[in-house]
Ligand binder design. Structure first.
Ligand code: ATP
Ligand code: MG
Length: 779
């Protein structure tokens, strides 16, 4: 508090009329200050979380011996002034108050001045108010509790009192603070309702008058809250205990302590930090291959397959493990797996975690976090951009691991080309990769290029099986054929080594499940970085946009420094959800997940990964009887496209058979030939996804319950083959998987895509467009 403010306060304090208002203000100010300082220490994220007072405060209550509430009210009354001092404040008072309030507050002096202008009534009342404001809330509570019937109040005072309690029951502040004493948000309104009844029944006139003088709002809330806490502790011990147990079981703080074996090791973490195409993965894989026993964790099945093939070719025997496939190699000590599948039980000499920046991914981030925290390896190589470097440093200081940083530069700078496409796909050249962000656009581009030029296009997008993507990549990389252009979605963005000369962005906006949004800069960098890989036919990379309108955004993205990620993803293990669920019988699994999300506690460096996908499947499986909680949990993580009703239907069928203890069968025919239309192509994609799901389930449940694994594998291989064949001759207009959805573009012929960036950044586009130039930017 500034010295001037204290003087002001002392002056006000000495003026009789304002004595109690100032005291009450100090009261709430001190109270706020206490709470505020605990907030900033214990609520590191903007989202209110439940403080665990055990960690920082001495115990005070005997019945709840490990938490402590509002020490100032109990230990120091707000102003420890003698009676004489109260009557005649001296200049020493300013020092006294100042030393007690070592904080400053915005608007504090203004508030004091405001108080100075308010009149609060008779001398007797003033003294009463001072006494009440200085009283210990425990005493106030006891007085109400032990009192007889409430005294008669005026109509106006009752009305104000009702307003005060209404405002208290709706106070977000009070509801949040109540969490610290284990009054849950859902129980808070009931608790306030009971508190109100209790208060109205027995309160004394002085107290009512004092509250009325404060009026509805912050001051009254701050005054009432500690009394409310006393009431709750005495009246609702069972609710408090139950909620507390629930909160403790949703404790996701200190996740590094979940892996005691990894903590017992002294691990060496090597962070290969740099932009795309700088040799990060290459160098990490060198160590992996030299090791006696190693594991490579991949962000994609396709990349795991690539490493599996590559290291086996180089004579290092390696297994493959993804959610869908297990390929053993005799005498192998090495394994290439998808990051979700990595074992934290096995001991390794060297582990590689590729694309470590994916720790910050809103849905899958938890898998990278788990691998980093839990892998039992003497040496762990992380490959990624610098965005998570700071948080990895913090994690390593928490875990006690040694961190070595190796920084890399791009082998060759990425060059931005301007004014080469001019909105016309006819300007496509061999080695171009045209990037679009929806399946529909991908086929529109392919159709247009093949119709108006002599080029043939390969396609890569998320719904294609890895085998088909790989076949398309090989076709594109191979020079001895007419397929010299690649049309791809963002699925091309990670790790794959393709012979791309130039990445051309068809547009720079994508649908985020709700609306069209600009593609984030980090993703633009990642995708553009696919051009010009070392050792490929085109070591110098180029990138551009189809439309000049988008060029400025591309330049901006590539110039932008990497984000500094502040939080990485976490998701509870099944055991944590199970423990939490035990506190909440009679709710559905999907409700349980929602409750967990609401109540879990996280450190400031972590966020809870999104689980809409999981909740949607949980909802669908709700009616299936006979599944244990663990079965439900596992079914919910099956790789199922939740927007595809056919895939969802098959998942439901698999779960129902499993629950009835029947052998789970595929019950799906095999198409005889490749697709002749887009709807047939979509059907092939869905069938492959269903088979992939079957194989995934067979690896995550008892295999004997899924007796048709061999058949599913054969069918999946054949369908991937049919998909490849279909894509070679695909020359049809794309259809939507969901026909009811409004179409983003017109059906007839090739339409110029509308640039969302253009709309969103109209202002910027009013400026003159950049001159034709070649600009070197390190991506
Ligand atoms: N020292 C090297 N000798 C030979 N080839 C190399 C060397 N370093 C990297 N390469 C090759 O350069 C290409 C790019 O390397 P790498 O895949 O390791 O890059 P990266 O930094 O991991 O890129 P991304 O971020 O896109 O995954 C690969 O084809 C790799 O084989
Ligand atoms: Mg890499």
């Amino acid at each position: 508090m500034a010295r001037g403010s204290v003087r002001n306060l002392v002056n006000l304090y000495s003026s009789k009329n304002n004595f109690s208002r100032v005291t009450s203000f100090l009261h709430s100010y001190r109270f706020l200050h206490n709470l505020h300082s605990s907030e900033s220490r214990f609520y590191p994220s903007p989202r209110p979380q439940i403080a665990k007072p055990t960690q920082f405060m001495p115990s005070y209550f005997t019945q709840f011996s490990d938490f402590y509430i509002f020490p100032y009210f109990r230990v120091h009354p707000i102003c420890t002034l003698s009676e004489d001092e109260k009557k005649e404040p001296t200049s020493n008072l300013s020092e006294k108050i100042e030393s007690e309030f070592e904080c400053s507050g915005d608007g504090f002096a203004e508030r004091i001045n405001e108080l100075g202008n308010e009149d609060i009534g008779s001398e007797e009342q003033r003294l009463n108010f001072v006494q009440i404001a200085n009283s210990d809330p425990v005493e106030i509570y006891k007085e109400i509790r032990d009192g007889v019937k409430s005294e008669k109040q005026s109509r106006a005072d009752w009305d104000t009192l009702i307003e005060i309690f209404r405002s208290f029951s709706q106070s977000g502040w009070a509801s949040n603070q109540a969490l610290a004493v284990y009054i849950g948000a859902s129980f808070f309104p009931t608790a306030v309702h009971e508190f109100r009844k209790f208060f109205f029944k027995k309160c004394k006139t002085d107290l009512v008058k004092y509250l009325v003088s404060l009026g509805p709002g912050d001051d009254a809330e701050r005054f009432l809250f500690p009394i409310f806490v006393e009431f709750c502790i005495e009246e609702f011990p069972d609710e408090i205990k139950r909620f507390r147990k629930m909160v403790d079981s949703a404790d996701l703080t200190r996740p590094h302590t979940w892996f005691p074996f990894a903590r017992a090791m002294k691990r060496k973490i090597i962070y290969h930090c740099g932009p795309t195409n700088s040799g990060k993965t290459y160098n990490a894989l060198q160590r992996f291959m030299e090791a006696k026993k190693g594991v490579y964790c991949s962000p994609l099945r396709l990349l795991a397959m690539e490493v599996f093939d590559k290291v086996n070719t180089l004579g290092v025997y390696c297994r493959l493990l993804t959610g869908q496939e297990k390929k053993d190699f005799p005498f192998s000590n090495h394994v290439a797996c998808t990051v979700e599948m990595v074992s934290t039980d096995e001991l390794y000499d060297v582990a590689v975690i590729d694309e470590i920046q994916m720790m910050a991914d809103s849905a899958r981030g938890y898998a990278w976090t788990r691998a980093l925290l839990g892998l039992k390896a003497d040496e762990i190589h992380l490959c990624g951009d610098p965005s998570v470097l700071n948080i990895v440093r913090k994690i390593c200081s928490d875990t006690g691991d040694e961190l070595v940083e190796q920084h890399y530069d791009r082998f060759k700078p990425l060059v931005i080309e301007a004014k080469t496409f001019l909105g016309d796909l006819k300007n496509v050249r061999p080695g171009d990769c045209v990037v679009a962000f929806s399946r529909r656009e991908i086929f529109e581009v392919k159709l247009a290029i093949e119709k108006y030029t002599n080029h043939r296009c390969c396609v890569i997008y998320g719904a294609l099986p890895p085998e088909t993507r790989r076949q398309q990549a090989t076709l594109f990389n191979d020079q001895d054929n007419e397929f010299d252009v690649l049309v791809a979605s963002d699925a091309v963005g990670m790790g794959l080594n393709l012979n791309i000369r130039r990445v051309v962005f068809y547009n720079l906006s994508k649908y985020n499940g709700d609306k069209m949004v600009p593609v984030p800069a980090s993703q633009v960098k990642q995708i553009a970085g696919r051009a010009g890989r070392r050792g490929s036919r085109y070591p110098d990379g180029l990138t551009t946009t189809l439309h000049l309108d988008d060029l400025e955004y591309l330049i901006e993205c590539l110039k932008k420094p990497f984000d500094d990620v502040k939080k990485v993803g976490l998701f509870p293990f099944f055991e944590q959800v199970e423990l939490f669920g035990a506190q909440l019988p009679n709710i559905t699994f999907s409700q349980l997940l929602v409750k967990f999300g609401e109540n879990c506690q996280l450190d400031g460096s972590y966020f809870l990964c999104q689980h809409q996908h999981v909740k949607k499947i949980a909802n669908m499986l709700e009616k299936v009887q006979g599944l244990s909680l663990e079965d439900r949990f596992n079914f919910c993580f099956a790789p199922c496209n939740i927007r595809d009703p056919k895939a969802m239907y098959h998942l439901l069928r698999f779960a129902s058979s499993y629950a009835q203890k029947l052998p789970v069968n595929i019950a799906m025919g095999m198409p005889k030939c490749s697709a002749r239309s887009d709807s047939e192509l979509l059907d092939l994609e869905t069938r492959h996804q269903v088979l992939s799901m079957y194989l995934w389930l067979s690896n995550h449940f008892k295999e004997e319950r899924f007796p048709y694994v061999k058949k599913a594998e054969t069918m999946a291989t054949n369908i991937a083959h049919l998909l490849g064949e279909s894509l070679l001759k695909a020359c049809w207009k794309p259809e939507s998987r969901n026909p009811r959805k409004p179409k983003l573009q017109e059906e007839d012929g090739y339409q110029r895509p509308r640039s969302l960036v253009k709309l969103q950044e109209k202002k910027r586009h009013e400026k003159s467009l950049p001159e034709q130039r070649l600009e070197k930017v390190a991506a």
